[in-house]
Write a new protein. Sequence first.
Length: 359
Amino acid sequence: MPQAVRTLEGPPPDVVSSLDRGSDFAPLLRTVRGQGLLDRRLGWYATGITANLLLLAAVVTGIVLSGNSWWTLALAPVLAVLSARTAFIGHDAGHAQISGDRAVGRAIGLVHGNLLLGMSYGWWNDKHNRHHANPNHTEKDPDVAADVLVFTSRQAAVRTGFRSWLTRNQAWLFFPLTLLEGVALKVHSFRSLREQPPGRRLVEASLLAAHVIGYAALLLSTLSPGKALLFAALHQALFGLHMGLAFAPNHKGMEMPDPGKDRWDHLRRQVLTSRNIRGGVLTDWFLGGLNYQVEHHLFPSMPRPHLRLAQPMVRAHCLGLGVPYTETGLVDSYRQALRHMHDVGAPLRDARPGSTGAA
C-alpha cells in the first residue's frame, strides 16, 4: 500500500440491504443516519447554485462589455473556475445529494452538465456510478481502464509503439494531458449520444447543441475569431486542469483489487481504494468536497457540507476495525499518484535498448 498518513476500512453507505445489517458498515450507517447527516440540505444547495449562476452571468456580461479586447482573456480563468463549480453541482445532483427526487436531480444535472458545460449528464453519471460500485477495479471501473494512461503493470505490459512511449512518460505527462480534459469530456459526450435511448438522446443532444451554439455565439459576437479561439482554448484547458487537480488525488496510487482474488466487502472496497486530503475551507472549496473521498464513497448521497462532519465518525470506526484510512496533504497526494504512474511505466523504461534500469 502507498505511504499513508492514516488508514481505515468499511463497506458502502446509504444503499443498505438486508445483507448489510450484519456487516461492519451497518453500525456506522446507523450512527451517521442517526446524526441526520444523510438529510438533504436544500437551502445550502439553493444558495450555492444561485450564487454560481449569478457569477456565470456576471462573467458573460463582462465578456460582452469588454468586447474585442485582450483584457477579455483575463475572464477565461475565472470562467474555468466557475465551470468547475458547475461540474461539482452536476456531480452532487447525480448522487442525489441535492434532492431525493430523481426527476429534479436529473433536471439539475442536465442544466449544469449539458447546457452549461457541454458535457452529457447521462453519459457521465452512468460512468461515474460504475466507478463508485467498483473503485480501482481494472475490469469494472471505467476510470482505471487502459486508455491514454494505464494504472497496472499488466496494462503496461501490452503497450507498444506510441502508447508505450506514453506509458513510459505518463507521470510527467499527466498534468499536461489534463489540459485536454475539458475538450475530451465534450467529445465523449457527443459520442455517447449514439448509445442513449431515443427519448433521452433527443433531450441531451438538444441541450449539448444549445451549449455549443450559445458558447460560439458569445465569443464570436464579441471577439475576433483569433481571440475567440484563444479564449476558448484557455478556458477549456484551465477547466480540464482544475478537474484533473480535483480528481487525481482520490484513487490514483491506492489499493487496486485483484479481479481474481480480492473479495472485499463494501466498506473495505470503498475505504481501501480512496484517499482523503487534509485541509480547511479553501481545500473543501477548491476540491468540491471530494477531499472527503472516503466518506463520499461510503455515503454517495450525503450532502457535501455533511462530509466533514461524518469524517471523525468514519475515521474512528475504521480504526476500531483495524482498516487503513488514508489521509494526506494535497501536494503529497499528487506525489503519491504520480509515483504510482511512474512505477507502472518502469518495466517499459527498463526494457528499452541501452537502458540502465534506473528510474
